[in-house]
Design a protein around this ligand. Structure first.
Ligand SMILES: NC(=O)c1ccc[n+]([C@@H]2O[C@H](COP(=O)([O-])OP(=O)(O)OC[C@H]3O[C@@H](n4cnc5c(N)ncnc54)[C@H](O)[C@@H]3O)[C@@H](O)[C@H]2O)c1
Length: 457
C-alpha cells in the first residue's frame, strides 16, 4: 500500500479478463454452479482489478446506518483532509440526530439528514453531492444498498461481511464490473499496525515461502443479548438461522493479503465443522427470566466453527469463529513459512537462524524498527488527535480510501476480495450441513488471479 504507486492495472490488462475467462471454466465449476455465469457472460465483462477513477478534489461521502459502527466511522472520518460527509441516513432518529449533531458541531455544516422509511437510503445515494457511499447497516441490507449505490455510479464502501450468500457475492462482482465502480468491503483489520507490519515482513521474505495461515474471529459477544437496540436487535437473529462462520473476514482478510489471494493465489475449497450451539442458550438461561424473548430464541450457530481452506497453490488456512464462549479475544493472525512464523494475540515471532529448537520471541522491537508500517508512522500524530474505536486501524483505512480516491489510485481491496473473503459465510454453512464435505470457492476473478501482481505495500 505505497502511497506513491499509481498502477492502472485495467489499462495494463486490456482484454485479459475476457481471454482468461473464456479460456476455461473456473476451477471446480459444475454445470449448476453459479460461476457458470462468468463464462456465459465473459464476453460482456470488464474487470475492475486495479480500477482507477479520475482524481477527486474532495470526496463527498454519504453514510447509511449510523449505529455503533456507522456513528464511529463518521467521527473518525471528520478530521480527514479532503473528506466531507454531505449526507447521512438512518431509520432510527436518535442515531441520526447524534451523527448530524456531531458533523454540524465539528464542521459548521449541517449534512442532509435522510430518514422516514427502509428505502429512504435511495434518496441519499441519488444526491448529486454524494460521490461515495458508506454502508454500515445490518447484514441483510448490505447487498440491496450496495447494488443501488453501484448502479447509481457511486463509489461504494460496505461493512463486513459484504454479503452472506454466493449469489449475492456474484451480484456485487457483476454490478461493480458492469458499472466500472469500486465496491470495497471495509475490512479494517487489514489496516491493523501488526497486520501491516507482517505484510512488510512477508514481502521482505522474512518467513520464506508461505505454507500455512491461521485466522479467526474469537470475540465473546454474549453480552449483546442484553441490547434490544443496535446490534443486539438484529445480529442474534442470524445466530438462530445460520449454522456457519458468520463473520469470517476480520481474520481472513489479512491472511489473504499475506498470501496474495486473488493476486497470484486464490482460495480453492474449504471444509468446515461446527461444535454444538450451547453458549448463547446457556447465557440466555443464566441472564434472562423464563418468559423472556431471549429464553425463547433457539440458537443454532455452533459455538466454535472450525474450517480449513486449501488455496490453489496448496497452502492451508485454519479459520475459526466463536462469539459465545468465555475466552479471550483473538484473530489468531498466524502466518507460517519455510523460514519462520508470526502469530498474533499476543504478537510473537520465530525465525530459523539455524539450530533445531524454536521458541516464540515476544520482544519485537528490532523487527518493529525495520518493518513497521510507514503509513502508521506517518499518521501517528493525526491519529492521536482523533482516536477511533479500534486503536487506529479505522483511521488508517479511511485515510487510505480518501487518499486513493483523491489521487486516482486503485483501492487496496476490491470487489473480488470482498466476495472471496465474505463467501466463506455461505461455504462454511454448506460444508457443515454436508458432513464437512469440501465446498469450492467460486473464482470471482475468472482466472485473473493468475496474472495479477501482488498488492503494493
Ligand atoms: N469493521 C468493524 O470493525 C465492525 C464493527 C462493528 C460492526 N461492523 C459492521 O457494521 C454494520 C453495522 O453494525 P452496528 O454494530 O453499527 O449495528 P447497529 O445496529 O448499531 O447499527 C445499524 C444501524 O443501521 C440502521 N438501519 C437499519 N436498517 C436501515 C435502513 N433500511 N436504512 C437506514 N438505516 C438502517 C439502524 O437503525 C442502526 O442505527 C454491520 O455490518 C456489522 O457487521 C463492523
Amino acid at each position: 500500500m505505497n502511497d506513491n504507486i499509481n498502477f492502472d492495472r485495467r489499462k495494463l490488462l486490456g482484454g485479459a479478463l475476457i481471454a482468461a475467462a473464456a479460456a476455461a471454466l473456473p476451477d471446480g465449476a459444475k454445470a449448476t454452479d453459479p460461476s457458470d455465469r462468468v463464462v456465459k457472460a465473459a464476453g460482456e465483462r470488464r474487470s475492475v482489478m486495479g480500477l482507477t477513477k479520475p482524481k477527486m478534489k474532495k470526496v463527498r461521502f454519504g453514510v447509511i446506518g449510523l449505529g455503533e459502527r456507522g456513528g464511529s466511522l463518521v467521527k473518525t472520518m471528520l478530521p480527514i483532509e479532503g473528506a466531507e460527509i454531505t449526507a447521512v441516513c438512518d431509520i432510527y432518529a436518535p442515531a441520526l440526530e447524534k451523527s448530524v449533531g456531531l458533523i454540524e458541531k465539528t464542521t459548521g455544516k449541517r449534512p442532509a439528514a435522510i430518514t422516514g422509511s427502509d428505502e429512504a437510503y435511495k434518496e441519499l445515494i441519488d444526491r448529486k453531492d454524494v460521490d461515495a457511499v458508506i454502508i454500515a447497516t445490518p447484514w441483510e441490507w448490505h447487498v440491496p444498498m450496495a447494488l443501488y449505490s453501484i448502479n447509481a455510479g457511486k463509489e461504494t464502501f460496505v461493512e463486513v461481511p459484504a454479503a452472506t450468500s454466493i449469489e449475492d457475492c456474484w451480484k456485487l462482482v457483476e454490478a461493480s464490473e458492469a458499472r466500472q465502480v469500486n465496491c470495497m468491503m471495509m475490512e479494517n483489520c487489514c489496516y491493523g499496525r501488526s497486520e501491516m507490519m507482517v505484510l512488510n515482513m512477508v514481502r521482505a521474505g522474512l518467513f520464506g515461502e508461505l505454507t500455512h495461515g491461521e485466522a479467526a474471529y474469537i470475540h465473546n459477544l454474549r453480552y449483546k443479548l442484553k441490547d434490544f437496540i443496535g446490534e443486539g436487535k438484529w445480529r442474534p437473529e442470524w445466530y438462530t438461522k445460520r449454522r456457519a462462520n458468520t463473520y469470517p473476514t476480520h481474520g481472513l482478510g489479512p491472511i489473504a493479503q499475506y498470501m496474495n489471494i486473488n493476486r497470484g493465489d486464490r482460495f480453492d475449497y474449504l471444509v468446515s465443522m461446527s461444535s454444538p450451539a450451547l453458549g448463547w442458550n446457556a447465557y440466555a438461561q443464566r441472564e434472562f427470566p423464563a418468559d423472556s424473548y431471549r429464553r425463547k430464541q433457539h440458537f443454532v450457530m455452533g459455538d466454535m466453527n472450525t474450517s480449513i481452506i486449501q488455496t490453489a497453490l496448496g497452502r492451508t488456512i485454519l479459520l475459526q469463529h466463536d462469539l459465545s464462549t468465555p475466552r479471550q479475544y483473538s484473530r489468531l493472525n498466524l502466518i507460517q513459512g519455510v523460514k519462520g512464523a508470526f502469530a498474533g494475540f499476543p504478537d510473537r515471532i520465530a525465525i530459523d537462524n539455524g539450530g533445531d529448537e524454536f521458541e516464540w520471541t515476544t520482544d519485537l522491537s528490532s523487527f518493529k524498527d525495520k518493518y513497521d508500517s510507514a503509513l502508521w508512522k506517518n499518521l501517528e500524530q493525526q491519529m492521536k488527535a482523533s482516536p477511533d474505536a479500534h486503536g487506529g486501524m479505522d483511521f488508517v483505512m479511511l485515510w487510505r480510501i480518501v487518499y486513493c480516491l483523491r489521487n486516482g489510485l486503485p483501492l487496496d481491496q476490491n470487489v473480488y476480495d470482498a466476495a472471496a473473503w465474505s463467501v466463506a459465510f455461505d461455504l462454511t454453512e454448506q460444508s457443515v450441513r454436508d458432513r464437512s464435505r469440501p465446498k469450492d470457492f467460486p473464482d470471482f476473478t475468472s482466472g485473473l488471479w493468475k496474472s495479477m501482481p501482488p498488492l503494493s505495500i
